[in-house]
Design a protein around this ligand. Structure first.
Ligand code: FES
Ligand code: FES
Length: 158
């Protein structure tokens, strides 16, 4: 089947999609968007998190056909050309990236949190990121990154 969707603001089309394929597979293998990671393919780790019509979802659990006509934003789409989004920058500045497998999903989840809750408490950060597993960092650097991104988005530069 053919799947057409708006992805990162651009109308994209994938042909010969098998009915059992996931949106994650289509993004990574057919459309050249490898930012979203495939760490479990079972909806357990959050590394494949993308926005689907503005709502964060695990792309590995979305059938490709369900993406037809929808609006999708991946971690690549958060940047403005070569300029990284402040959340992306904060993850690098805070040292919150080790192997990087969890990072794209965490960035989308953190981005979603900060657009809903610009000044989250630590508890709100932990709750928002609870579906995103990281095997490397111990999470403290990730919390630092979200706090840093919140400060930078608020414009106080802390
Ligand atoms: S790869 Fe989708 S939740 Fe783990
Ligand atoms: S940095 Fe390796 S899983 Fe999070």
């Amino acid at each position: 089947m053919r799947v057409t969707a708006t992805i990162n603001g651009e109308l994209m089309r994938a042909d010969d999609v098998w009915e059992g394929e996931s949106l994650l597979y289509v993004l990574r293998e057919r459309l050249g968007l490898p930012g979203s990671k495939n760490a479990c393919e079972q909806g357990e780790c959050g590394s494949c998190t993308v926005y689907l019509d503005g709502v964060p979802v695990c792309a590995c659990l979305v059938a490709a056909g369900q993406a037809q006509g929808r609006d999708i934003v991946t971690v690549e789409g958060l940047a403005s050309g070569a300029d990284l989004h402040p959340v992306q920058q904060a993850f690098m500045q805070a040292g919150a990236v080790q192997c990087g497998f969890c990072t794209p999903g965490l960035i989308v989840a953190a981005h979603d949190l900060l657009r809903r809750v610009p000044h989250p408490s630590d508890l709100e950060i932990r709750e928002a990121l609870a579906g995103n597993l990281c095997r490397c960092t111990g999470y403290e650097k990730i919390l630092d990154a979200v706090r840093l991104a919140a400060a930078q988005l608020a414009g106080d530069g802390e």
